[in-house]
Design a protein around this ligand. Structure first.
Ligand SMILES: [Zn+2]
Length: 264
């Protein structure tokens, strides 16, 4: 689940999406009706009064399953957008410690501290349990970050070293402020793993369908970028992590295997 690319934060209007999600009263009401109907059916069945034929029972069950699925997806989506908004509010505060101005005026050691502080903030919002200390390494390659099975975030500091001539040698260097997006992307992988394997003390709000798709995508079914870039971006856990970190430009032209809560 490494990120081997340069990310650029996009100005996509996700606030509009959040507005759409705030009014989900129809879904909640539909869910309450389904619960009432189910309770009614059970009571009738117990009393021997269930006059539905087998086909009607199957159809009712199918409708209830579909409704339950829809409610779960709505809850997942609302939660994802809420976390995303809280995280990006931190970045978009022009006078904040995570602003681009502050970052660009910081040296490499200060940048490491800033990213470590940002990790703590992101974890507070997402309820994840990645180890607090980031492991920085320096490697002249496109590998930017990786989340390890030891719950450790590793970041290649090579692209924010201060030596201009080192930077200019990199094939795709276009700024290092997007390391924040990289960090968010990797913590999202931690969130996925914790949700699927129920590892967090905090209950992550993820639908059964998404949990199924994520779990099925974990190794050995994970596709590395070097093997097939299209499949890399299209696979459920990468599609999700790129969307969550607002690294949209890498998803242009990619047809996802599963969109999760990021359906437009
Ligand atoms: Zn990834």
């Amino acid at each position: 689940m490494a990120v081997a690319l340069v990310f650029v934060s996009s100005g996509c209007s996700w606030i509009d999406l959040i507005k759409d999600e705030l009014d989900n009263s129809d879904v909640v009401e539909a869910g309450q009706n389904a619960v009432r109907r189910q309770a009614g059916n059970e009571n009738s069945a117990q009393a021997g009064n269930d006059n539905r034929n087998e086909l009607e029972k199957v159809l009712d069950q199918t409708r209830e399953d579909e409704l339950a699925r829809s409610i779960q997806m709505q809850q997942e989506r609302t939660r994802d957008l809420q976390m995303q908004r809280e995280i990006f509010d931190l970045l978009e505060d022009p006078n904040g410690r995570f602003s681009i101005t502050f970052w660009n005026n910081s040296n490499i050691d200060e940048k490491k501290i800033i990213l470590t502080e940002f990790l703590a903030e992101v974890q507070q919002i997402m309820g994840t349990s990645v180890k607090k200390e980031i492991e920085f390494f320096r490697e002249n390659s496109g590998l930017r970050a990786k989340y390890t099975t030891q719950k450790r975030l590793r970041i290649n500091e090579y692209q924010f070293i201060s030596n201009f001539w080192d930077k200019i040698r990199l094939w795709d260097f276009d700024g290092d402020y997007d390391y924040f997006n990289v960090l968010i992307h990797e913590v999202r992988h931690a969130y996925q793993i914790e949700a699927v394997y129920n590892l967090s003390e905090n209950k992550h709000i993820v639908s059964d369908e998404t949990l199924f798709c994520w779990e099925r995508n974990f190794p050995p079914n994970y596709v590395e970028y070097e093997i097939d870039p299209q499949s890399y971006f299209a696979q459920p856990i990468e599609w999700d992590a790129f969307n969550f970190s607002k690294s949209y430009k890498y998803l242009n032209g990619i047809t996802p295997v599963y969109e999760g809560s990021w359906i437009k």
